[in-house]
Design a binder for this molecule. Structure first.
Ligand SMILES: Nc1ncnc2c1ncn2[C@@H]1O[C@H](COP(=O)(O)OP(=O)(O)OP(=O)(O)O)[C@@H](O)[C@H]1O
Ligand SMILES: [Mg+2]
Length: 442
């Protein structure tokens, strides 16, 4: 693509939770580059086709577009595809990288007519910068105030018509005026298994691999509706296949690989089970997100963005006004039995007295022994000795941050080790050192 050399903050733009950098580099090479290669999301692709064609016919840049949806579903891929389909240059940055209005001005004044500006993690654009974006999006103009006091002057700056493509995993955090300035709002949903199988076969072809249809189907079924996860599983099967000198990646090889990876029939991996076990150790909840994050050693954002959506979809976890609760299917998923009080977890908050006495009567001991047996829950052993009410306040009062930062050293968190170093900016700073992101546009 013509404009690749104009991309800003490339490494940050490619950042995301989930995988170390070499994986990211491989993943980047597997991205679909045109709409015809983009599998699934039929409604979104159709909307985009119609809008792009109409805009091209009119000779105007397309309207601003917002993509939302969980990580790994193809938001970044679509942004890149859009620029390619338009034959436009792509500029990319992330919300947190735009610290001051000045950063935005530099970016916007560099745009040429019809360029695409991709703003990833758009929900993290600082409010002060967001306001400047409003006029830029609406009128292709910004007004900078220079000097101050008596000498203050407003300097109008004209911007060439461009298309802003925003991506967010948290559409709910976007302010309404911001959201309303997008002409197209496209939500990506998890993929059905047959589409993931197609994505797996497409990637296998790029690798020059032959995957049995039944093997691809099993991988797809376990990939939690997410192309990124499907791709990661395929690459692990490829490793095992290579070592075993297998010519065809068959069902047996996939079964062995998934078992080694600790992926169960519901597609849960160790970190998902840790989240569930954390709730089980707390008598099934309700449990604050902060506490779960501290116990499993992940940031709250990562728990909410990466792990919870699948747990919620599978009905393993419930979100209530008072915190997260383990659903009956969640207890079964980790092979544990709900104590009598928790068995009533049906999403309806129970009375405080019921919760405390239920927790004190039995699960407290369960929690302590569970914690001793399981390194993941070790860290809560102090809290576990204490009854239910302490779960939240205990974590909030002190150990939360300690535990999170402690977890950075924990191999269990290597999927988000960058993020663990700094919960607020981890995804970006981790990626700043990520050669994978830089390599993309070289
Ligand atoms: N519809 C699709 N067809 C084929 N491959 C896809 C599709 N969607 C995603 N992928 C693959 O999944 C990988 C992850 O997609 P992408 O990076 O676009 O997701 P994302 O939504 O931007 O994630 P994040 O929120 O973490 O930034 C891509 O490298 C690509 O290989
Ligand atoms: Mg992305």
């Amino acid at each position: 693509m013509q404009g690749d050399e104009h991309v800003f903050q490339m490494a940050a733009f490619e950042a995301g939770p989930g995988e170390p950098s070499p994986e990211r580099a491989i993943e980047a090479g597997l991205r679909p580059t045109r709409l015809t290669e983009f599998v699934g999301q039929g409604r979104v692709v159709h909307d985009l086709r119609v809008h792009l064609e109409a805009a091209l016919q009119r000779g105007e840049p397309p309207d601003h577009i917002l993509f939302s949806g969980p990580p790994g579903l193809g938001k970044t891929s679509l942004a890149r595809i859009l620029a390619a389909e338009l034959g436009s240059r792509l500029h990319a940055t992330t919300g947190p990288a735009l610290e001051r209005p000045k950063d935005l001005v530099g970016l916007l004044t560099n745009l040429q007519q019809g360029d695409v500006l991709f703003l990833d993690e758009i929900h993290r654009v600082p409010v002060t910068v967001e306001e400047y974006l409003y006029t830029a999006m609406e009128d292709f103009r910004i007004e900078m105030t220079v000097d101050s006091g008596l000498h203050a002057r407003v300097l109008p700056i004209t911007i060439k018509p461009f298309t802003l493509v925003g991506a967010t995993t948290r559409e709910g955090l976007l302010s309404r005026p911001f959201r309303e300035r997008f002409g197209l709002f496209e939500r990506l949903d998890p993929y059905p298994a047959h589409e993931l199988a197609e994505i797996i076969q497409r990637q296998a072809q790029i690798f020059g691999l032959v995957v049995e249809p039944a093997a691809a189907a099993l991988l797809a079924e376990r990939a939690r509706g997410t192309p990124r996860i499907a791709g990661r599983f395929l690459r692990r099967v490829r490793d095992y296949g290579q070592v075993a000198q297998a010519e065809v990646l068959d069902l047996a090889l996939v079964e062995t690989t998934l078992k080694r990876l600790g992926v169960d029939a519901l597609g849960l991996e160790e970190m998902d089970r840790r989240v569930l076990r954390c709730l089980a150790d707390q008598a099934g909840g309700p449990c604050a997100l902060k506490t779960i994050a501290a116990v499993v050693g992940e940031t709250e954002d990562t728990i909410e963005d990466v792990f919870e959506p699948h747990l919620l979809r599978e009905g393993l976890l419930l979100k209530t006004a008072r915190g997260r609760m383990l659903a009956p299917a969640g207890w079964r998923a980790i092979g544990r039995t709900a104590p009598a009080a928790a068995a009533r977890n049906d999403g309806q908050p129970r009375s405080t007295s019921g919760r405390v006495s239920g927790a004190a009567a039995d699960p407290a001991t369960d929690r302590v022994s569970g914690a001793a047996a399981d390194p993941a829950t070790d860290r809560v052993s102090g809290a576990a000795a204490d009854p239910a009410t302490d779960r939240v306040s205990g974590a909030a009062a002190d150990p939360a941050t300690d535990r999170v930062s402690g977890a950075a050293a924990d191999p269990a968190t290597d999927r988000v080790s960058g993020a663990a170093a700094d919960p607020a900016t981890g995804r970006v700073s981790g990626a700043a050192e990520d050669p994978a992101g830089r390599g993309l546009f070289e």
